[in-house]
Ligand binder design. Structure first.
Ligand code: B12
Length: 340
């Protein structure tokens, strides 16, 4: 049973939301002083508090700035807990890294510190590491494994490139992070041999032995239809056309101010990127989950589900020669249950 109560998590969240770094660090150190293990402070205090930060932002209760401030506090708390524990490595070297374009470094950092606490020698490379630089680093340091963290599903094509690059130099990969989907099926599709849902089972998995590689690299026959490649390649042109068509199809847009138009353009870019990622891994749930999540975020900001439906219709109209994409779009539309 976790020794950290909801009340303590709430106290931490309040301090983080006030950008009170020292208060949050004091709270974490106080728990360590009372004998709470460092791993529990990281995974039963900081991790659930960060998940709450996401919920508060999604519900429009916290601004982006407040989310950034709270995450910066959590970063400092993780560093303070790690410096306090300062475990000496007794096991092999593992590189913890994120694919190109993945900026969610904190989930990876939590994993890195937990592995250190379990005795591994960990090099934490942080967010968005280009493959060429990662491979050079692997040659320089000769680790036993790479732990690859992917939070955002849109980074999966890059994660695949990283997995392939690691395979080419014979360094096996443990994959993790919410981007790989529940059960990690996307990690296995992309050629990972091992996946874990969170830091504790990841450390337990490594206790049972290092990962290897599946004998054959994955075959992704669905990519033969070139829907992913064409959509990714003509992203800019597609978005310009979708934005224009949405203006005609969704009358409330006519009275949008510049800020609303910018937000709409940003949202449409996310639609295109999540749709492309869903095509890449041939998983319609990736796109449907994103659309239902976006509808919730927009609803909290007073934008009706009708706007989301209109956007899906417009994408379908612009992607007439993309049967797989159109199927994903119609599955997502069917999942929107709210009245327009
Ligand atoms: C903080 C944050 C950010 C920060 C990240 C800063 C940083 N230093 O990390 C910033 C501001 C950069 C950011 C940006 C964005 N974010 Co953000 N972010 C978050 C937030 C609020 C917290 C992340 C976090 O720290 N989580 C806490 C840890 C503990 O999460 P965890 O996934 O449970 O981690 C565990 C496991 O996944 C596992 N694990 C992780 N890595 C690995 C690796 C291996 C090998 C293994 C085995 C296991 C493992 O172990 C961890 C510990 O147990 C989340 C909400 C959330 N619920 O996570 C949104 C969230 C992930 N972001 C989201 C989005 C949409 C974005 C943006 C696209 C927003 C935008 N409009 O631009 C950008 C994308 C940036 C990019 N290209 O990467 C969405 C994703 C939605 C979706 N459907 O996928 C979320 C879920 C927001 C939400 N409110 O719900 N974000």
């Amino acid at each position: 049973m976790t020794p950290i109560s909801e009340t303590v998590i709430d106290r931490y969240l309040k301090l983080a939301g006030l950008a009170d770094e020292y208060g949050a660090i004091d709270l974490a150190l106080e728990l360590l002083g009372r004998g709470v293990p460092a791993e529990a402070v990281l995974l039963d205090l900081v991790a659930p508090a960060q998940a709450r930060v996401g919920e508060l932002w999604a519900a429009d209760e916290w601004s982006v700035a407040r989310e950034h401030a709270a995450t910066a506090v959590s970063d400092r708390v993780v560093a303070a807990v790690a410096a306090h524990a300062r475990p000496r490595p007794t096991r092999e070297r593992i590189i913890v890294t994120c694919p190109d374009g993945e900026y969610h470094a904190l989930p990876a950092r939590l994993l890195a510190e937990v592995l250190r606490l379990r005795g591994w020698q960990v090099d934490f490379l942080g967010a968005s590491v280009p493959d060429a630089h990662l491979i050079t680093y692997l040659h320089q340091t000769g680790p036993e494994a790479v732990a690859l963290s992917c939070t955002l599903p849109t980074r999966l094509p890059r994660a695949h490139a990283t997995l392939t690059a690691c395979r080419s130099v014979g360094v096996p990969v443990l994959a993790g992070g919410r981007g790989f989907g529940p059960g990690g099926h996307r990690a296995f599709l992309l050629g990972a041999d091992a996946w874990a849902p969170s830091a504790r089972p990841a450390a337990d998995r490594l206790d049972r032995g290092l990962p290897s590689f599946p004998p054959q690299p994955p075959v992704m026959k669905h990519l033969a239809d070139e829907e992913y490649t064409s959509l990714a390649g003509r992203r800019g042109d597609l978005l310009a056309r979708v934005m224009r068509a949405l203006g005609a199809a969704y009358p409330p847009m006519a009275s949008y101010d510049v800020r609303q138009l910018e937000a709409t353009a940003e949202d449409l870019a996310h639609y295109a990127d999540f749709l492309a990622a869903a095509l890449y891994v041939d998983d319609s749930t990736l796109f449907t989950d994103f659309v239902t999540w976006t509808a919730g975020v927009l609803r909290a900001r007073g934008v009706p589900a009708g706007a989301v439906r209109a956007a899906l219709d417009v994408f379908a109209g612009e992607l007439r020669e993309f049967p797989r994409a159109r199927r994903f779009l119609s599955e997502a539309a069917a999942a929107l249950t709210c009245p327009a």
